[in-house]
Ligand binder design. Structure first.
Ligand code: BES
Ligand code: MN
Ligand code: ZN
Length: 506
Protein backbone atom coordinates (compact mmCIF):
# COMPACT_ATOMS: atom_id res chain seq x y z
CA UNK A 1 0.00 0.00 0.00
CA UNK A 2 1.09 3.48 -0.65
CA UNK A 3 2.62 5.30 2.33
CA UNK A 4 -0.11 6.70 4.61
CA UNK A 5 2.26 9.24 6.16
CA UNK A 6 1.55 12.80 5.04
CA UNK A 7 4.53 14.75 3.82
CA UNK A 8 4.97 18.48 4.24
CA UNK A 9 7.69 21.09 4.03
CA UNK A 10 8.26 23.70 6.74
CA UNK A 11 10.72 26.38 7.72
CA UNK A 12 13.53 25.43 10.06
CA UNK A 13 12.15 27.37 13.03
CA UNK A 14 8.59 26.02 12.82
CA UNK A 15 7.31 24.50 16.08
CA UNK A 16 8.12 20.80 16.26
CA UNK A 17 7.89 17.75 18.51
CA UNK A 18 8.14 13.97 18.21
CA UNK A 19 11.38 12.93 16.63
CA UNK A 20 14.04 15.16 15.07
CA UNK A 21 16.58 14.05 12.49
CA UNK A 22 19.65 16.22 11.99
CA UNK A 23 22.84 15.59 10.05
CA UNK A 24 26.60 15.49 10.36
CA UNK A 25 29.22 15.07 7.65
CA UNK A 26 32.73 13.71 7.27
CA UNK A 27 34.81 14.19 10.38
CA UNK A 28 31.64 14.40 12.46
CA UNK A 29 31.01 18.04 11.52
CA UNK A 30 27.52 19.07 12.61
CA UNK A 31 25.12 21.00 10.36
CA UNK A 32 23.74 24.26 11.83
CA UNK A 33 20.48 22.65 13.02
CA UNK A 34 22.47 19.85 14.66
CA UNK A 35 24.65 22.44 16.38
CA UNK A 36 21.55 24.22 17.57
CA UNK A 37 20.15 21.03 19.12
CA UNK A 38 23.54 20.34 20.64
CA UNK A 39 23.47 23.74 22.34
CA UNK A 40 19.90 23.30 23.59
CA UNK A 41 20.76 19.91 25.09
CA UNK A 42 23.87 21.34 26.74
CA UNK A 43 26.27 19.43 24.52
CA UNK A 44 24.55 16.04 24.80
CA UNK A 45 24.66 15.42 21.07
CA UNK A 46 28.38 16.03 20.66
CA UNK A 47 29.11 14.09 23.87
CA UNK A 48 27.16 11.09 22.59
CA UNK A 49 28.95 11.40 19.25
CA UNK A 50 32.29 11.33 21.00
CA UNK A 51 31.41 8.34 23.19
CA UNK A 52 30.24 6.29 20.20
CA UNK A 53 33.18 7.48 18.04
CA UNK A 54 30.70 8.84 15.51
CA UNK A 55 32.56 10.35 12.55
CA UNK A 56 29.65 11.37 10.32
CA UNK A 57 30.15 8.43 7.96
CA UNK A 58 27.35 7.69 5.54
CA UNK A 59 24.80 5.45 7.25
CA UNK A 60 26.17 5.87 10.79
CA UNK A 61 24.05 7.51 13.47
CA UNK A 62 23.76 8.71 17.05
CA UNK A 63 20.43 8.15 18.76
CA UNK A 64 19.37 10.28 21.77
CA UNK A 65 16.28 9.28 23.72
CA UNK A 66 14.31 11.78 25.82
CA UNK A 67 16.99 14.48 25.85
CA UNK A 68 16.56 17.40 28.28
CA UNK A 69 16.14 20.96 27.00
CA UNK A 70 14.21 20.21 23.79
CA UNK A 71 10.64 19.23 22.94
CA UNK A 72 11.72 16.15 21.00
CA UNK A 73 11.26 12.69 22.48
CA UNK A 74 14.13 11.50 20.32
CA UNK A 75 16.93 13.11 18.36
CA UNK A 76 18.73 11.20 15.63
CA UNK A 77 22.02 12.50 14.30
CA UNK A 78 22.63 10.91 10.88
CA UNK A 79 25.99 10.77 9.17
CA UNK A 80 25.93 11.53 5.45
CA UNK A 81 29.60 11.50 4.49
CA UNK A 82 30.22 14.27 1.99
CA UNK A 83 26.78 15.77 1.40
CA UNK A 84 28.17 18.63 -0.66
CA UNK A 85 29.02 16.08 -3.37
CA UNK A 86 25.57 14.43 -3.33
CA UNK A 87 23.86 13.44 -6.59
CA UNK A 88 20.06 13.19 -6.90
CA UNK A 89 20.49 9.47 -6.32
CA UNK A 90 22.28 10.17 -3.01
CA UNK A 91 19.52 12.54 -1.87
CA UNK A 92 16.85 9.96 -2.75
CA UNK A 93 18.73 7.23 -0.93
CA UNK A 94 19.20 9.44 2.13
CA UNK A 95 15.44 10.02 2.16
CA UNK A 96 14.91 6.26 2.09
CA UNK A 97 17.42 5.62 4.88
CA UNK A 98 15.87 8.28 7.10
CA UNK A 99 12.31 7.14 6.40
CA UNK A 100 13.17 3.64 7.58
CA UNK A 101 14.15 4.99 11.02
CA UNK A 102 10.81 6.70 11.58
CA UNK A 103 8.35 4.32 13.16
CA UNK A 104 6.01 6.78 14.84
CA UNK A 105 6.63 5.43 18.36
CA UNK A 106 7.91 8.80 19.63
CA UNK A 107 4.79 10.70 18.62
CA UNK A 108 2.81 11.54 15.51
CA UNK A 109 5.44 13.74 13.89
CA UNK A 110 8.90 13.31 12.47
CA UNK A 111 10.97 16.40 11.71
CA UNK A 112 13.91 16.25 9.36
CA UNK A 113 16.27 19.24 9.25
CA UNK A 114 17.78 18.88 5.82
CA UNK A 115 21.07 20.76 5.69
CA UNK A 116 24.66 20.29 4.68
CA UNK A 117 27.64 21.72 6.52
CA UNK A 118 28.29 23.98 3.53
CA UNK A 119 24.75 25.33 3.36
CA UNK A 120 21.22 24.51 2.35
CA UNK A 121 20.44 21.90 -0.27
CA UNK A 122 18.65 23.12 -3.40
CA UNK A 123 14.87 22.69 -3.64
CA UNK A 124 15.43 19.89 -6.18
CA UNK A 125 17.63 18.08 -3.65
CA UNK A 126 14.98 18.44 -0.95
CA UNK A 127 12.40 17.10 -3.41
CA UNK A 128 14.61 14.09 -4.21
CA UNK A 129 15.06 13.40 -0.50
CA UNK A 130 11.29 13.48 -0.04
CA UNK A 131 10.74 11.22 -3.06
CA UNK A 132 13.10 8.62 -1.61
CA UNK A 133 11.35 8.82 1.74
CA UNK A 134 7.91 8.35 0.20
CA UNK A 135 9.05 5.42 -1.94
CA UNK A 136 10.59 3.71 1.09
CA UNK A 137 7.30 4.17 2.98
CA UNK A 138 5.54 1.66 0.73
CA UNK A 139 4.69 -1.81 1.94
CA UNK A 140 2.26 -4.44 0.64
CA UNK A 141 0.24 -5.46 3.69
CA UNK A 142 -3.10 -6.12 2.03
CA UNK A 143 -3.22 -9.78 3.06
CA UNK A 144 -1.97 -9.38 6.63
CA UNK A 145 -5.13 -9.64 8.72
CA UNK A 146 -5.67 -8.19 12.19
CA UNK A 147 -7.29 -11.43 13.26
CA UNK A 148 -4.23 -13.53 12.43
CA UNK A 149 -3.20 -15.25 15.70
CA UNK A 150 0.21 -13.63 15.94
CA UNK A 151 -1.16 -10.19 15.19
CA UNK A 152 -3.84 -10.43 17.89
CA UNK A 153 -1.20 -10.78 20.61
CA UNK A 154 0.77 -7.78 19.44
CA UNK A 155 -0.29 -4.23 20.38
CA UNK A 156 -1.69 -2.22 17.49
CA UNK A 157 1.14 -1.14 15.23
CA UNK A 158 2.18 2.51 15.52
CA UNK A 159 2.69 4.29 12.26
CA UNK A 160 4.13 7.65 11.49
CA UNK A 161 1.43 10.26 10.80
CA UNK A 162 3.44 13.22 9.57
CA UNK A 163 6.82 13.62 7.97
CA UNK A 164 7.90 17.26 8.02
CA UNK A 165 10.95 18.27 6.05
CA UNK A 166 12.38 21.51 7.44
CA UNK A 167 14.38 23.46 4.90
CA UNK A 168 15.46 26.94 3.82
CA UNK A 169 12.68 27.50 1.29
CA UNK A 170 9.70 25.24 2.01
CA UNK A 171 7.59 26.82 -0.73
CA UNK A 172 10.19 26.17 -3.40
CA UNK A 173 10.75 22.64 -2.07
CA UNK A 174 7.02 21.97 -2.18
CA UNK A 175 6.89 23.19 -5.75
CA UNK A 176 9.86 21.09 -6.78
CA UNK A 177 8.22 18.07 -5.14
CA UNK A 178 4.87 18.64 -6.90
CA UNK A 179 5.37 16.25 -9.85
CA UNK A 180 7.00 13.73 -7.51
CA UNK A 181 3.65 13.08 -5.84
CA UNK A 182 2.37 11.78 -9.16
CA UNK A 183 5.51 9.71 -9.63
CA UNK A 184 5.22 8.15 -6.16
CA UNK A 185 1.60 7.24 -6.91
CA UNK A 186 2.58 5.77 -10.29
CA UNK A 187 5.44 3.69 -8.86
CA UNK A 188 3.27 2.43 -6.01
CA UNK A 189 0.45 1.53 -8.39
CA UNK A 190 2.93 -0.54 -10.42
CA UNK A 191 4.23 -2.18 -7.22
CA UNK A 192 0.68 -3.00 -6.09
CA UNK A 193 -0.08 -4.67 -9.42
CA UNK A 194 3.11 -6.74 -9.41
CA UNK A 195 2.70 -7.82 -5.78
CA UNK A 196 -0.93 -8.88 -6.21
CA UNK A 197 -1.34 -12.67 -6.46
CA UNK A 198 -2.59 -14.09 -9.76
CA UNK A 199 -5.79 -15.60 -8.34
CA UNK A 200 -6.92 -12.06 -7.59
CA UNK A 201 -5.33 -10.34 -10.57
CA UNK A 202 -6.13 -12.17 -13.80
CA UNK A 203 -6.33 -10.52 -17.23
CA UNK A 204 -9.84 -9.11 -16.71
CA UNK A 205 -9.05 -7.74 -13.23
CA UNK A 206 -5.82 -6.21 -14.51
CA UNK A 207 -7.74 -4.54 -17.32
CA UNK A 208 -10.23 -3.16 -14.79
CA UNK A 209 -7.41 -1.64 -12.73
CA UNK A 210 -6.12 0.03 -15.89
CA UNK A 211 -9.64 1.21 -16.68
CA UNK A 212 -9.60 3.14 -13.39
CA UNK A 213 -7.11 5.59 -14.97
CA UNK A 214 -10.15 7.16 -16.65
CA UNK A 215 -10.57 9.11 -13.40
CA UNK A 216 -7.16 10.72 -13.93
CA UNK A 217 -8.08 11.83 -17.46
CA UNK A 218 -6.63 8.92 -19.43
CA UNK A 219 -8.78 7.47 -22.23
CA UNK A 220 -8.89 3.74 -21.65
CA UNK A 221 -10.21 1.04 -24.00
CA UNK A 222 -10.39 -2.59 -23.00
CA UNK A 223 -10.47 -4.84 -26.06
CA UNK A 224 -12.41 -8.07 -25.62
CA UNK A 225 -11.07 -11.45 -26.75
CA UNK A 226 -13.54 -11.37 -29.63
CA UNK A 227 -12.08 -8.02 -30.73
CA UNK A 228 -8.55 -9.44 -30.60
CA UNK A 229 -9.67 -12.34 -32.80
CA UNK A 230 -11.18 -9.93 -35.29
CA UNK A 231 -7.94 -7.98 -35.47
CA UNK A 232 -6.02 -11.18 -36.11
CA UNK A 233 -3.90 -11.17 -32.96
CA UNK A 234 -3.14 -14.87 -33.26
CA UNK A 235 0.17 -14.69 -31.42
CA UNK A 236 -1.23 -13.12 -28.25
CA UNK A 237 -4.33 -15.33 -28.34
CA UNK A 238 -2.19 -18.47 -28.66
CA UNK A 239 -0.65 -17.65 -25.28
CA UNK A 240 -3.97 -17.26 -23.49
CA UNK A 241 -5.93 -20.09 -25.09
CA UNK A 242 -5.05 -22.67 -22.41
CA UNK A 243 -6.46 -20.44 -19.69
CA UNK A 244 -10.06 -20.32 -18.49
CA UNK A 245 -9.72 -16.56 -18.32
CA UNK A 246 -10.01 -14.57 -21.56
CA UNK A 247 -7.17 -12.37 -22.81
CA UNK A 248 -7.39 -8.60 -23.26
CA UNK A 249 -5.49 -5.74 -24.77
CA UNK A 250 -5.78 -2.42 -22.99
CA UNK A 251 -5.13 0.87 -24.78
CA UNK A 252 -4.47 3.98 -22.69
CA UNK A 253 -4.19 7.43 -24.24
CA UNK A 254 -2.95 10.56 -22.50
CA UNK A 255 -3.16 13.60 -24.74
CA UNK A 256 -1.31 16.11 -22.61
CA UNK A 257 0.28 17.93 -25.57
CA UNK A 258 -2.98 18.27 -27.52
CA UNK A 259 -3.40 17.93 -31.28
CA UNK A 260 -0.44 20.22 -31.97
CA UNK A 261 1.79 17.89 -29.97
CA UNK A 262 1.84 15.51 -32.92
CA UNK A 263 2.31 11.75 -32.93
CA UNK A 264 2.47 10.07 -29.54
CA UNK A 265 5.24 8.08 -27.94
CA UNK A 266 4.03 4.50 -27.48
CA UNK A 267 4.84 2.39 -24.43
CA UNK A 268 4.04 -1.29 -24.72
CA UNK A 269 4.02 -3.81 -21.87
CA UNK A 270 4.01 -7.58 -21.39
CA UNK A 271 1.16 -8.43 -19.06
CA UNK A 272 1.29 -12.18 -18.46
CA UNK A 273 -0.64 -12.30 -15.18
CA UNK A 274 0.77 -15.76 -14.54
CA UNK A 275 3.34 -17.71 -16.54
CA UNK A 276 3.27 -21.45 -15.86
CA UNK A 277 5.22 -22.01 -19.07
CA UNK A 278 2.12 -23.61 -20.61
CA UNK A 279 2.60 -27.12 -22.08
CA UNK A 280 6.37 -26.46 -21.85
CA UNK A 281 5.68 -26.37 -18.12
CA UNK A 282 8.12 -24.64 -15.78
CA UNK A 283 9.62 -26.56 -12.84
CA UNK A 284 7.78 -26.06 -9.52
CA UNK A 285 10.60 -24.34 -7.63
CA UNK A 286 10.14 -20.59 -7.72
CA UNK A 287 7.18 -20.71 -10.08
CA UNK A 288 5.24 -18.47 -7.67
CA UNK A 289 7.40 -15.57 -8.87
CA UNK A 290 5.63 -15.77 -12.21
CA UNK A 291 2.73 -13.79 -10.72
CA UNK A 292 5.03 -10.87 -11.50
CA UNK A 293 5.28 -11.65 -15.21
CA UNK A 294 3.04 -8.68 -15.87
CA UNK A 295 5.56 -6.15 -14.51
CA UNK A 296 6.05 -4.58 -17.94
CA UNK A 297 2.32 -3.89 -18.22
CA UNK A 298 2.22 -2.71 -14.59
CA UNK A 299 4.92 -0.18 -15.41
CA UNK A 300 2.93 1.10 -18.39
CA UNK A 301 -0.17 1.58 -16.21
CA UNK A 302 1.84 3.27 -13.45
CA UNK A 303 3.56 5.54 -15.95
CA UNK A 304 0.32 6.56 -17.69
CA UNK A 305 -1.19 7.43 -14.32
CA UNK A 306 1.88 9.45 -13.34
CA UNK A 307 1.83 11.39 -16.64
CA UNK A 308 -1.86 12.19 -16.24
CA UNK A 309 -1.57 13.09 -12.56
CA UNK A 310 1.29 15.50 -13.17
CA UNK A 311 -0.40 16.77 -16.34
CA UNK A 312 2.65 16.08 -18.48
CA UNK A 313 2.63 18.01 -21.76
CA UNK A 314 3.08 14.90 -23.85
CA UNK A 315 1.00 12.70 -26.08
CA UNK A 316 1.57 9.17 -24.87
CA UNK A 317 -0.18 5.91 -25.58
CA UNK A 318 0.14 2.77 -23.51
CA UNK A 319 -0.68 -0.64 -24.98
CA UNK A 320 -0.62 -3.76 -22.83
CA UNK A 321 -1.44 -7.38 -23.58
CA UNK A 322 -2.91 -9.10 -20.53
CA UNK A 323 -3.20 -12.84 -20.63
CA UNK A 324 -2.46 -15.97 -18.62
CA UNK A 325 -0.10 -18.73 -19.82
CA UNK A 326 -1.63 -22.02 -18.66
CA UNK A 327 -1.51 -25.65 -19.75
CA UNK A 328 -4.90 -27.16 -20.56
CA UNK A 329 -6.89 -29.10 -23.12
CA UNK A 330 -7.04 -26.12 -25.41
CA UNK A 331 -3.48 -24.92 -24.82
CA UNK A 332 -1.02 -24.22 -27.61
CA UNK A 333 1.34 -27.16 -28.28
CA UNK A 334 5.04 -27.00 -29.12
CA UNK A 335 5.23 -27.18 -32.91
CA UNK A 336 1.99 -25.28 -33.48
CA UNK A 337 2.08 -22.53 -36.08
CA UNK A 338 0.08 -19.36 -35.49
CA UNK A 339 -0.41 -16.13 -37.40
CA UNK A 340 0.39 -12.76 -35.84
CA UNK A 341 -1.54 -9.57 -36.59
CA UNK A 342 1.30 -8.40 -38.84
CA UNK A 343 0.63 -11.42 -41.09
CA UNK A 344 3.82 -13.23 -40.09
CA UNK A 345 3.56 -16.88 -39.12
CA UNK A 346 5.21 -18.07 -35.91
CA UNK A 347 6.32 -21.59 -35.11
CA UNK A 348 5.86 -22.08 -31.37
CA UNK A 349 8.80 -24.25 -30.31
CA UNK A 350 8.46 -23.54 -26.62
CA UNK A 351 5.21 -22.35 -25.08
CA UNK A 352 7.27 -20.80 -22.26
CA UNK A 353 8.66 -18.22 -24.69
CA UNK A 354 5.26 -16.52 -24.55
CA UNK A 355 6.14 -12.92 -23.74
CA UNK A 356 7.50 -12.24 -27.23
CA UNK A 357 4.24 -13.57 -28.72
CA UNK A 358 2.19 -11.19 -26.61
CA UNK A 359 4.44 -8.28 -27.54
CA UNK A 360 4.51 -9.18 -31.25
CA UNK A 361 0.82 -8.30 -31.56
CA UNK A 362 0.85 -5.38 -29.13
CA UNK A 363 3.86 -3.75 -30.84
CA UNK A 364 2.25 -4.17 -34.24
CA UNK A 365 -1.09 -2.84 -33.08
CA UNK A 366 0.53 0.22 -31.46
CA UNK A 367 2.47 1.09 -34.64
CA UNK A 368 -0.39 0.31 -37.00
CA UNK A 369 -2.96 2.40 -35.17
CA UNK A 370 -0.95 5.30 -33.74
CA UNK A 371 2.08 5.80 -36.05
CA UNK A 372 4.08 6.72 -32.94
CA UNK A 373 7.29 8.76 -33.06
CA UNK A 374 8.97 6.09 -30.94
CA UNK A 375 8.04 2.78 -29.36
CA UNK A 376 9.42 1.48 -26.10
CA UNK A 377 8.42 -1.88 -24.71
CA UNK A 378 9.01 -3.35 -21.26
CA UNK A 379 8.89 -7.03 -20.45
CA UNK A 380 10.04 -9.61 -17.92
CA UNK A 381 11.11 -11.44 -21.03
CA UNK A 382 14.03 -13.75 -20.30
CA UNK A 383 15.79 -15.45 -17.42
CA UNK A 384 18.94 -15.07 -19.51
CA UNK A 385 19.07 -11.31 -18.94
CA UNK A 386 19.73 -12.01 -15.25
CA UNK A 387 22.56 -14.34 -16.18
CA UNK A 388 24.07 -11.54 -18.25
CA UNK A 389 23.44 -8.48 -16.09
CA UNK A 390 22.32 -9.67 -12.67
CA UNK A 391 19.79 -7.45 -10.96
CA UNK A 392 21.70 -4.20 -11.22
CA UNK A 393 20.81 -3.25 -14.80
CA UNK A 394 17.87 -3.98 -17.07
CA UNK A 395 18.77 -5.10 -20.59
CA UNK A 396 18.36 -2.46 -23.29
CA UNK A 397 18.03 -3.31 -26.98
CA UNK A 398 17.42 -0.68 -29.61
CA UNK A 399 17.54 0.04 -33.32
CA UNK A 400 18.30 3.69 -32.61
CA UNK A 401 21.44 5.11 -30.97
CA UNK A 402 19.87 8.39 -29.92
CA UNK A 403 16.92 6.72 -28.19
CA UNK A 404 19.31 4.27 -26.59
CA UNK A 405 21.56 7.05 -25.26
CA UNK A 406 18.60 9.02 -23.95
CA UNK A 407 17.27 5.98 -22.13
CA UNK A 408 20.68 5.19 -20.66
CA UNK A 409 20.98 8.78 -19.41
CA UNK A 410 17.50 8.66 -17.85
CA UNK A 411 18.57 5.44 -16.17
CA UNK A 412 21.59 7.09 -14.61
CA UNK A 413 19.52 10.05 -13.44
CA UNK A 414 16.83 7.93 -11.80
CA UNK A 415 19.00 5.05 -10.61
CA UNK A 416 16.91 2.67 -12.78
CA UNK A 417 19.94 1.61 -14.73
CA UNK A 418 20.11 0.13 -18.21
CA UNK A 419 22.85 -1.70 -20.09
CA UNK A 420 22.74 -1.93 -23.86
CA UNK A 421 23.12 -5.34 -25.47
CA UNK A 422 23.65 -5.97 -29.18
CA UNK A 423 21.33 -6.73 -32.07
CA UNK A 424 22.46 -7.81 -35.51
CA UNK A 425 21.87 -9.95 -38.62
CA UNK A 426 23.72 -13.00 -37.25
CA UNK A 427 21.54 -13.00 -34.14
CA UNK A 428 18.49 -12.36 -36.28
CA UNK A 429 19.10 -15.62 -38.15
CA UNK A 430 18.64 -17.51 -34.88
CA UNK A 431 14.89 -17.01 -35.05
CA UNK A 432 14.42 -18.16 -38.66
CA UNK A 433 12.03 -21.11 -38.77
CA UNK A 434 12.06 -24.10 -41.10
CA UNK A 435 8.29 -24.26 -41.39
CA UNK A 436 7.09 -20.71 -40.66
CA UNK A 437 8.39 -17.13 -41.02
CA UNK A 438 9.86 -17.09 -37.55
CA UNK A 439 10.23 -19.36 -34.51
CA UNK A 440 9.77 -18.29 -30.92
CA UNK A 441 13.07 -19.55 -29.49
CA UNK A 442 16.61 -18.95 -30.67
CA UNK A 443 18.47 -21.70 -28.85
CA UNK A 444 20.61 -21.76 -25.74
CA UNK A 445 23.15 -18.99 -26.34
CA UNK A 446 22.33 -15.31 -26.17
CA UNK A 447 18.74 -16.02 -25.17
CA UNK A 448 17.93 -12.39 -24.35
CA UNK A 449 19.30 -11.27 -27.71
CA UNK A 450 17.33 -13.76 -29.83
CA UNK A 451 14.21 -12.74 -27.87
CA UNK A 452 14.91 -9.11 -28.79
CA UNK A 453 15.52 -10.11 -32.43
CA UNK A 454 12.12 -11.79 -32.42
CA UNK A 455 10.52 -8.54 -31.24
CA UNK A 456 12.37 -6.51 -33.84
CA UNK A 457 10.73 -8.53 -36.60
CA UNK A 458 7.52 -6.79 -35.55
CA UNK A 459 8.96 -3.28 -35.69
CA UNK A 460 8.28 -1.32 -38.85
CA UNK A 461 11.16 0.08 -40.86
CA UNK A 462 12.06 3.55 -39.58
CA UNK A 463 10.31 3.37 -36.20
CA UNK A 464 12.73 4.20 -33.37
CA UNK A 465 12.29 1.33 -30.94
CA UNK A 466 13.74 0.15 -27.65
CA UNK A 467 13.09 -3.04 -25.72
CA UNK A 468 13.76 -3.17 -21.98
CA UNK A 469 14.16 -6.67 -20.52
CA UNK A 470 13.23 -6.08 -16.88
CA UNK A 471 13.14 -9.71 -15.68
CA UNK A 472 15.93 -9.02 -13.18
CA UNK A 473 14.92 -5.58 -11.97
CA UNK A 474 11.12 -5.54 -11.72
CA UNK A 475 10.65 -8.25 -9.12
CA UNK A 476 12.72 -9.81 -6.35
CA UNK A 477 15.42 -7.31 -7.26
CA UNK A 478 16.76 -7.12 -3.70
CA UNK A 479 16.58 -4.45 -1.03
CA UNK A 480 17.57 -0.87 -1.78
CA UNK A 481 17.31 2.31 0.27
CA UNK A 482 14.16 3.34 -1.55
CA UNK A 483 12.52 -0.02 -2.11
CA UNK A 484 11.74 -2.99 0.11
CA UNK A 485 8.85 -4.26 -1.97
CA UNK A 486 9.07 -7.49 -4.01
CA UNK A 487 7.58 -5.69 -6.98
CA UNK A 488 9.90 -2.72 -7.40
CA UNK A 489 7.88 -0.60 -9.81
CA UNK A 490 10.94 -0.49 -12.08
CA UNK A 491 10.60 1.63 -15.20
CA UNK A 492 8.02 4.20 -14.09
CA UNK A 493 10.58 6.75 -12.92
CA UNK A 494 12.91 5.90 -15.80
CA UNK A 495 10.35 6.55 -18.54
CA UNK A 496 8.87 9.54 -16.76
CA UNK A 497 12.37 11.05 -16.78
CA UNK A 498 12.88 10.23 -20.47
CA UNK A 499 9.58 11.86 -21.36
CA UNK A 500 10.30 14.90 -19.22
CA UNK A 501 13.73 15.35 -20.82
CA UNK A 502 12.87 14.71 -24.47
CA UNK A 503 9.19 14.32 -25.32
CA UNK A 504 7.37 17.04 -23.42
CA UNK A 505 6.30 20.30 -24.99
CA UNK A 506 7.88 23.16 -23.08
N1 BES B 1 8.67 -14.88 -17.85
C1 BES B 1 9.76 -15.66 -18.28
C2 BES B 1 11.10 -15.00 -18.02
C3 BES B 1 11.47 -14.82 -16.58
C4 BES B 1 12.14 -15.82 -15.90
C5 BES B 1 11.18 -13.65 -15.93
C6 BES B 1 12.47 -15.65 -14.58
C7 BES B 1 11.52 -13.47 -14.59
C8 BES B 1 12.16 -14.47 -13.92
C9 BES B 1 9.65 -15.93 -19.77
O1 BES B 1 8.36 -16.05 -20.27
C10 BES B 1 10.33 -17.24 -20.04
O2 BES B 1 9.86 -18.22 -19.57
N2 BES B 1 11.41 -17.19 -20.81
C11 BES B 1 12.15 -18.36 -21.12
C12 BES B 1 12.46 -18.32 -22.61
C13 BES B 1 12.94 -19.62 -23.16
C14 BES B 1 11.85 -20.66 -23.09
C15 BES B 1 13.37 -19.41 -24.58
C16 BES B 1 13.42 -18.36 -20.30
O3 BES B 1 13.94 -17.29 -19.99
O4 BES B 1 13.85 -19.44 -19.91
MN1 MN C 1 7.59 -17.99 -20.09
ZN1 ZN D 1 6.90 -15.08 -19.20
Amino acid sequence: MTDQTTLSFASKNAAADGVAVVFAEEGGKLTPSAQDLDKKTKGLLSKAAQITQFKGKKGSKVDLLAPQGVKFARVILMGTGKASAFTQDDWRNLGGTVRALLTGTEGANANVYLETVKGDPKPADVASFALGAKLRGYSFKKYKTETGKKAAKKPAEKTLKKLIVHCADPRAAGQAFGPNRAIVDGVNLARDLVNEPANVLGPAEFAQRAKALTKAGVQVEVLSEAALKKKGMGALLAVGQGSARPSHVVVMQWKGAGPRGGAPIAIVGKGVTFDTGGISLKPAGGMEDMKGDMAGAACVVGLMQALAERKAKVNAVGVIGVTENMPGGNATRPGDVVKAMSGRTIEVLNTDAEGRMVLADCLWYAQDRFKPKAVINLATLTGAVMVALGKEHAGLFSNNDQLSERLTAAGKETGEKLWRLPLGPKYDKLVDSKVADIKNTGGRWGGSISAAQFLQRFIKEGTPWAHLDIAGTAMAAGDTEINRSWGSGFGVRLLDQLIKDHYERR
